[in-house]
Design a protein around this ligand. Structure first.
Ligand SMILES: Nc1ncnc2c1ncn2[C@@H]1O[C@H](COP(=O)(O)OP(=O)(O)OP(=O)(O)O)[C@@H](O)[C@H]1O
Length: 380
């Protein structure tokens, strides 16, 4: 098994430098699937690669695994080069010492859970173990992921959730420092998915491996990631903690992709330090300026989260107040979703608990200045 222990303390588990990969289309043009991406993954990190279909997540993950050969840049694991366009290094996947969990499980359906999980240990040339050592390691891992009692069952006879647990056991059995996940939970039903996320996180904390996890589901990314890399057409739009991505999205694309946002387009009428006043179709909104390059007269988007709005029918006090009429009011359990017509545009407000209003009610919506982000309009 390749030694992934860091050569020097400062070497991350994974370093990706200026990676690029293009695919040739039939018409001869090239799609830049990854376009100059760089990041580090430290020990115990859980990095989520997030973005819509076609943004390059899978190509990036497969390049790290060695299943795809990039055109440019470099990849190293704990200081050891795995790929380098400059020095023409390209370590084959089976010698990189990483495990991968796929959306399709990629198990052998007519083999037992035990055989599926023991295979990586038997097939790795270095670090040969005895049969009984392998058997006890396989049983321990199957127990760890909660399918110990299914060890002699054929994979074809298992539910999707059970199969994905076996696939997880197969990835964890070699105890690699890095485990890669390619949308592993998208084929299991919502309840099982939720449960597997919680278990995956506690397993990752317990075992201490670094994880890179691809998903297009932003809620999954928020739940799992210690950091999230949002990809936009092969480039890194933002790499930050879930909290930072949610509260301080780098641009309009990230803001629109993560959670729900009210977005009001308008023109900047005044700038004071980091605060900008924007004249929008629903009135004047003041908020935090997200980019230095914005000037008075520029076209921008004023963006705010539904949960940042409050509703009142008495005189409002916040800097941003909008007068509107309730269009719909839906109790969804922990909050009530209000859709309010303000000057012909819908705004969404989430208020805690049950607070159902009648359509046609006149209301004020208030949003504090710190909760409104002002971003360049073209930044999508
Ligand atoms: N083998 C290939 N040949 C040609 N183009 C490809 C190939 N693989 C990927 N692409 C293109 O590269 C871009 C990135 O694809 P990739 O599969 O990495 O995206 P993704 O974000 O993982 O999408 P999804 O969530 O749909 O899997 C897309 O435009 C895709 O069409």
């Amino acid at each position: 098994m390749p030694d992934l222990s860091p050569r020097e303390d400062r070497d991350p588990v994974v370093r990706v430098e200026n990676l690029a990969k293009g695919f040739r289309r039939r018409d001869g043009s090239t799609v830049p699937a990854i376009d100059g991406v760089s990041f580090d993954v430290g020990p115990g990190d859980f990095l989520v690669l997030l973005g819509p279909s076609g943004c390059g997540k899978t190509t990036l993950l497969r390049s790290i695994a060695g299943l795809e050969t990039p055109d440019g840049g470099a990849i190293s694991f704990s200081g050891r080069p795995q790929f380098s366009a400059a020095s023409q290094t390209n370590v084959p996947p089976e010698r990189r010492g990483v495990s991968m969990v796929f959306q399709s499980y990629a198990l052998w359906p007519h083999m037992t859970a035990f055989r599926n999980v023991s295979y990586p240990l038997e097939s790795r040339r270095s670090g040969k173990r005895s049969k009984s050592e392998i058997a006890s390691r396989v049983r321990e891992t199957l127990d760890l992921v909660g399918v110990g009692e299914l060890e002699q069952q054929y994979v074809a006879q298992m539910s999707g959730g059970q199969q994905q647990r076996v696939a997880l056991a197969r990835a964890l059995v070699s105890n690699d420092a890095l485990v890669l996940f390619d949308e592993p939970l998208s084929n299991v039903d919502a309840k099982v998915r939720e449960q597997l996320r919680i278990e995956l996180l506690s397993l990752q904390r317990e075992l201490g491996f670094a994880a890179i996890f691809v998903t297009h589901d932003q809620a999954e990314a928020m739940q799992l990631g210690s950091r999230i890399a949002v990809l936009q057409e092969g480039r890194l739009a933002q790499l930050a903690s879930p909290l930072e991505i949610y509260t301080r999205p780098a641009n309009r694309y990230v803001a629109q992709f993560i959670g729900t946002m009210n977005e009001n387009l308008g023109t900047v009428t005044a700038i004071k330090g980091e605060t900008a006043e924007v004249e929008t179709g629903i009135g004047s909104l003041t908020g935090h300026l997200n980019a230095e390059s914005v000037a008075v007269g520029d076209r921008v988007a004023a963006m705010w989260r539904p949960e940042s709005g409050t509703m009142t029918n008495s005189d409002p006090v916040a800097a941003n107040r909008l007068r509107g009429t309730v269009k719909a009011s839906m109790f969804v359990g922990s909050y009530t979703e209000q859709v309010v017509d303000v000057a012909g545009q819908d705004v969404r407000v989430q208020v805690p608990g049950a607070n159902v209003l009648s359509p046609g009610d006149d209301v004020w919506v208030e949003i504090s200045e710190v909760d409104v982000l002002v971003m360049p309009a073209e930044d999508t």
